[in-house]
Design a binder for this molecule. Structure first.
Ligand code: PLP
Length: 470
């Protein structure tokens, strides 16, 4: 059954699968067909994926079902089965993606958009099909609204340098929250300093979520753009992007959504949210490093000057000036990360094959279990909201243990085969706001299980006992 496709193939589906994915079945336990529709679309679940009866088993979780797709998770670390709880930093990659990368290099490697020869055409088609996969995944109206970048950071820098340089001026404001990642803050600091604009920050409420009421009051005619995360990589909180966009647009402000921690975990529909820009990184969603994307409304991208100059992004080059290509090429100077884009396209097929709703529902279960397991340990302080009807929480917890440095915790857990992160998680303003220098963070993905959370909690309790006895 595995590898069987049940849908009438679209052109892009046929060409991509013929080019890259027509050989071995790559995904354990269910069938994935190449080609992606938006996860909201009713055709996705029905046509691209057929699960085996395992899906219906009450005793087998999604994490258990798909674990064997991830070779890296099969290893022992320091003599114990690896428990990988650092997926907010980067996710692991399934065989489906690893094989797509290998197959691309073995069968299609060539430069894109430049050659007339067979391999170049194959590579170009596969690269552009990957763009189409991204566009469908986030429900962009037009695939030209998807620009491949090195990562989310580069996508934000692109908007800051291109749109920001064109549209910001003295007295203008950029509105952010104190919970933004450095990659959403620093590019805007640089452009604001250059243009005489000001960065304004929204605080947290006592529930430790960005204060939406304060946000509403802070946005004004001076606000030119709102830079806001969808899901916090530290607090685990989820923001009402649709409301934020509505209020911002009413004031004439643009909205850039940092979707690094949402796109990998839930259905994100750029048309429904009506965002102006949205960024994400492939490596956090089962894809390779070195590739991410910017979504931008076509009217905005078309009005923006290039970010980097070079080959691929031009229309004509003369000795003293050049004219530029239309988006997305205008923003993709030089040879792009071709294999990586194709790997991202494969990752999207893999995720869509499982179903984003299914992933999200399972992760919600893990999120509750993780939060309540951690907060049941004395002296553990978890940051961010208590998960409830009002506050959704992602499957990640940043925490501190009284009198133990988070790096010590991470070090001892590593000796027990449990990988977590410690530090400021690229959110120093937020850590300062919370009155701390650093925190430990356990972040999960759909390949994790409740048993792994139990292993983590057990190892953490041992760590606390170890330091308490010193
Ligand atoms: C919320 C958020 N924004 C932005 C980034 C930056 O992603 P990248 O380093 O892939 O550009 C991250 C990565 O940790 C993140 O969690």
């Amino acid at each position: 059954m595995i590898g069987v496709c049940h849908l009438p193939c679209s052109t892009s589906h046929r060409s991509l699968s013929k080019l890259i994915f027509n050989s071995t079945p790559l995904v354990a336990n269910y069938n994935v067909a190449a080609g992606v529709s938006h996860p909201c679309s009713s055709t996705v679940a029905a046509s691209t994926t057929t699960f085996t009866p395992l899906e219906d088993s009450e005793s087998t979780s999604l994490g258990e079902i798909i674990r064997s797709d991830f070779p890296i998770l099969q290893q022992k670390v320091n003599g114990r089965d690896l428990v990988y709880l650092d997926s907010a930093a980067t996710s692991q990659k399934p065989n489906y993606v690893l094989n797509a990368l290998r197959e691309y290099y073995e069968t299609s490697n060539s430069n894109v958009h430049r050659g007339i020869h067979y391999l170049s055409q194959r590579a170009t088609t596969a690269y552009e099909n990957a763009r189409e996969n991204v566009a469908n995944f986030i429900n962009a109206q037009d695939q030209r609204e998807v620009v491949f970048t090195r990562n989310a950071t580069e996508a934000i820098n692109l908007v800051a340098n291109s749109w920001g340089d064109l549209n910001l001026g003295s007295g203008d404001e950029v509105l952010l929250t104190v919970a933004e990642h450095h990659s959403a803050i620093v590019p805007w600091q640089i452009v604001a300093q250059k243009k005489g604009a000001t960065l304004r920050y929204v605080d947290l409420t006592t529930d430790e979520v960005p204060d939406i009421e304060q946000f509403k009051k802070s946005i004004s005619k001076k606000t030119k753009i709102v830079i806001i995360h969808h899901v916090s990589n530290v607090l685990g909180s989820v923001l009402p992007i649709d409301d934020i966009v509505l209020w911002s647009h009413n004031m004439g402000a643009m909205v850039l959504v940092d979707a690094c921690q949402s796109v990998p975990h839930m259905v994100v529909d750029v048309q429904k949210l009506d965002v102006d820009f949205l960024v994400a990184s492939s490596h956090k969603m089962c894809g390779p490093t070195g590739i991410g994307f910017l979504y931008g409304k076509m009217s905005l991208l078309s009005s923006m000057p290039p970010f980097l100059g070079g080959g691929e992004m031009i229309s004509d080059v003369f000795q003293d000036y050049s004219t530029y290509a239309e988006p997305p090429s205008r923003f993709e100077a030089g040879t792009p990360a071709i294999a990586e884009a194709i790997g991202l396209g494969a990752a999207i097929e893999y995720l869509s094959g499982i179903g984003m709703e299914r992933i999200h529902n399972y992760e919600r279960e893990l999120a509750h279990y993780l939060y309540h397991s951690l907060t049941s340990i004395p002296d553990v302080r978890v940051y961010g909201p208590v998960p409830s009807e009002t506050f959704a929480r992602a499957a990640l917890c940043s925490f501190n243990v009284k009198n133990i440095h988070p790096t010590d915790i991470a070090t001892i857990l590593d000796q027990r085969g449990v990988a977590i992160r410690s530090g400021h998680h690229c959110a120093q303003p937020l850590h300062r706001y919370l009155g701390i220098n650093a925190s430990a963070r356990a972040s999960l993905y759909f390949y994790n299980t409740k048993e792994e959370i139990d292993r983590f909690i057990e190892a953490l309790k041992e760590t606390i006992s170890f330091f308490s006895s010193m």
